[in-house]
Design a protein around this ligand. Sequence first.
Ligand code: NVA
Length: 367
Amino acid sequence: MTKTIVNSWNEWDPLRHVIVGRADDGHIPPEEPALDAKVPEDSDMRGEWGRRPQETIDRANELLDNFASLLEKRGVRVDRPTPIDHSKPVTTPDFHTESQFGCMPPRDVLLTVGSEMLEATMSYRCRWFEYLNYRPLMQRYFDEDPNFRHESAPKPRLTDADYHPDYLSEEIGVAKRLQWAEEKFFVTTEEEPLFDAADVLRFGRDLVVQHGFTTNLKGIEWLRRHFPDHRVHTVNFPGDPYPIHIDATFTPLRPGLILNNPQRRLPDDQRKMYEDNDWQIVDAAQPAHNTPPPLCYSSTWLSMNVLVLDPKTVCVEKSEVYQAEQMDKLGMEVVEVELRDAYAFGGGLHCCTADVYREGTCEDYFP
Ligand code: NVA
């Protein structure tokens, strides 16, 4: 087998090597501050926890395996994580929680910037050890690629001081959450740097990072200091009452073109760098579904959680017919991929992958 080279600077250059997650041993974790704030009051997941039903794990794995095969047939090399035992509790000197989450989705944990893969701090206690699922791959890349930089952000303590108690005390309601999002008052505090990798989008020299539940301002500042050759931009999407992970909100498709969730529009005062460089920000098509699948944390906007294979080709979930139609009109070739029954394990086509190699170099798209 050819040796690994780690290199990826953006979300759209031709994809040659990727990690696809697994549903093995996926758990709904017990209640904990940041997770509770994310689960809507009317969700079927409130109060539930434990190992997910085996038939849902098997079905999600079938779809993830099929996606991996489809990518391989298109010439993309695919690696898979090695699941740890997610039923094991997480105990540190600072906290205890009864179970973990899973090894889906890798995009939340691993941020690839050039020849570096950075393990995020994460912000849920149940995801504290999730990087271990990817360590066998990281060790292999380290052995095979002399330029690979394996980095890990400082592990956070995740004491109660990391979370605003107001977010947790009672039934809050969407209106209040929207007001808080507008005021940039999120469940996480500024106690210590926190970020999930899926709050970051890569645009060559520019990194665009969502400030929300899973990434705080100190986390963004940490990224800024860690990547001194990049410009790091903080973005907010006030229409989102549960702002976690940017990739069902803002989706770059190719240089000059971004889809934006019409319910979570980028505020006018944050658009300048795109407008000054003639980038178009287009409203994404409506999702094909009115509700997410059962026991799913994500919204119906996983419709726009697509995986770009190259600037002309994009993987879209098979049932998301409106999103596929819009891609077609935007001049993209659509590759249909069935994945909806795996959404409950942590997300869509972008979420369930992490880049290892895309062709291309670090370009400045916003000079
Ligand atoms: N906040 C997002 C997560 C997407 C991966 C959503 O549920 O819409």
